[in-house]
Design a protein around this ligand. Structure first.
Ligand code: GLA
Length: 413
């Protein structure tokens, strides 16, 4: 019996694997949901409603204000774009809000060197009640998205059963593959199954999805960021190894530029998402964003770390009684990103430590660059005591790299 089932399973996995070669580093871009939600009242709020105009204006900002050139290339539509299905059952965008249709928007994005992402839901309805992509529509909708030259699909899971998701997500991966048009695939599947094995099979997900939402929706508050971070840290032994080039955990959008985070908290979210090798999807109004928030999101060293070719997700390596935590992401060329994060709520804290305490063992001299201030910290041996001053709910982030190997370093006391 067993002998008969194994080859079938192998065959199924082989056929279903998503082989688009996309997202070898975590994706970057803009996604409408967290900031613009399901505002469809274009009469009352023409500048902010979910419409072709909103996406074209964001496309212009991405192209003209430096975002695209730094790597923020995805322009992603979320829920509430659908009008109905036509007489052939094909999805059609709401004709009042998207008078030129999605293909036009995709062309516009491409003309600016951007990519267009779209949203669908593997169920009877999307989470906001628009027509869903039931199992019998999966192939049809994949073809529609490919015809429109869409570059990414976020497939949500509202109004679906566990069984429908178990069939539907692999089916969509195969259907996207079969279109021949490269479409990155974002799966909300694990978020609907509690995010953990054995219910969630991360090996299968890595095979069929380029990224996946593991956990709750982010909301515009620091408590929401912390609850997501806590969950990702609690289960880092499960989640960290499953991420890698082409397949990423997604703790949800960046809130930077919105209303709920202080400046320190915004810097923290950016730094933590970067060490977690998370997708960096901004969801903010790029027409009005402040220079300070742009500075957080457009930090070139931060982005270099985020886009490191090894694509290793970082981990929390130290949790101190003082409510200081240290996160580390290994990078190429023996470099590391270190984030010293304070959960304190009193005042700037002077945290003293050494690379040895942070589990560094190599006999070399290191130098670090503070990612937010640019300051260089040189001549760091593993036993050198150093102090970083971390603001409440804030971070100090270092890009740390070896300068040269010191053979006698092991003998140092
Ligand atoms: C779900 C998703 C969100 C967003 C909304 C849209 O809640 O998790 O990211 O797409 O649906 O309705």
């Amino acid at each position: 019996m067993l002998l008969k089932t194994v080859p079938i399973l192998v065959l199924v996995t082989h056929v279903l694997a998503l082989k688009n070669g996309l997202m070898q580093t975590p994706p970057m871009g803009w996604l409408a949901w967290e900031r613009f939600r399901c505002n469809i009242d274009c009469k009352e709020d023409p500048k902010n409603c979910i419409s072709e105009q909103l996406f074209m204006e964001m496309a212009d900002r991405l192209a003209e204000d430096g975002w695209r050139d730094l790597g923020y290339t995805y322009l992603n539509i979320d829920d509430c774009w659908i009008g109905e299905r036509d007489e052939r059952g094909n999805l059609v965008a709401d004709p009042r809000r998207f008078p030129n249709g999605i293909a036009h928007l995709a062309d516009y994005a491409h003309s600016l060197g951007l990519k267009l992402g779209i949203y669908a839901d593997l169920g009877n309805f999307t989470c906001m009640g628009f027509p869903g992509t039931t199992l019998d529509r999966v192939v049809q909708d994949a073809k529609t998205f490919a015809k429109w030259k869409v570059d990414m699909l976020k497939l949500d899971g509202c109004y679906s059963t566990p069984l429908e998701r178990a069939v539907g997500y692999p089916k969509m991966a195969a259907a996207l593959n079969a279109t021949g048009h490269p479409i990155a695939f974002s799966c909300s599947w694990p978020a609907y199954e509690g995010g953990l094995p054995p219910t969630v099979n991360y090996t299968l997900l890595a095979d069929i999805c380029n990224l996946w939402r593991n956990y709750d929706d982010i909301q515009d508050s620091w408590s929401s960021v912390l609850s997501i971070l806590d969950w990702f840290v609690e289960y880092q032994d499960i989640l960290q190894p499953v991420a890698g080039p082409g397949h990423w955990n997604d703790p949800d959008m960046l809130l930077v530029g919105n209303f709920g985070l202080s400046f320190e908290e915004a810097q923290s979210q950016m730094a933590l998402w970067t060490v977690l090798a998370a997708p960096l999807f901004m969801s903010t109004d790029l027409r009005t964003i402040s220079a300070k928030d742009m500075g957080i999101l457009q930090n070139p060293l931060m982005i270099k770390i985020h886009q490191d070719p090894l694509g290793i997700q970082g981990r929390r390596i130290v949790k101190e009684k003082s409510q200081i935590e240290v996160f580390l992401r290994p990078l190429s060329q023996k470099a590391s990103a270190l984030v010293f994060f304070s959960r304190r709520t009193d005042m700037p804290y002077h945290y003293s430590t050494s690379l040895k305490w942070l589990n560094f063992t190599s006999a070399s001299v290191y130098e670090a660059q503070n990612v937010y201030t640019g300051e260089i910290i040189s001549d760091l041996h593993i036993k050198t005591k150093f102090t970083v001053t971390i603001n409440p709910s804030g971070v100090v982030m270092w890009y740390l790299y070896p300068i040269h190997y010191e053979t006698e370093a092991m003998d140092r006391t």
